[in-house]
Design a protein. Structure first.
Length: 95
């Protein structure tokens, strides 16, 4: 397996973890403005750390449609799914 696929999966996993963390923080706060601000910090961290977020990468599939680019997007999406699922289950069990 190519190392770029593993990197896409790990970056997708970390991006998914940050998104579900931001969503949970948004849902728990009473003030929607503070919740939105804290959620934007999660998105900011994804951008700064160059993590993979499917919604930010899918637009490039039209421009860059080689087999490797498509597989990187698929592995990144799988990482997003696994990351959100794992942290969602952990938070669901904690509540």
């Amino acid at each position: 397996m190519n190392s770029s696929y593993i990197k896409s999966f790990i970056n997708g996993l970390l991006g998914g973890l940050l998104i579900i963390l931001g969503c949970c923080i948004y849902l728990v706060t009473n003030n929607i403005y503070i919740g939105a601000f804290l959620f934007s910090i999660a998105l900011y961290n994804i951008c700064i750390n160059n993590y993979f977020l499917y919604t930010g990468k899918i637009g490039y599939i039209i421009k860059e449609n080689s087999k490797q680019d498509i597989l990187n997007i698929i592995f990144g999406l799988l990482g997003n799914i696994v990351g959100t699922f794992i942290l969602g289950i952990i938070i669901g069990l904690a509540v």
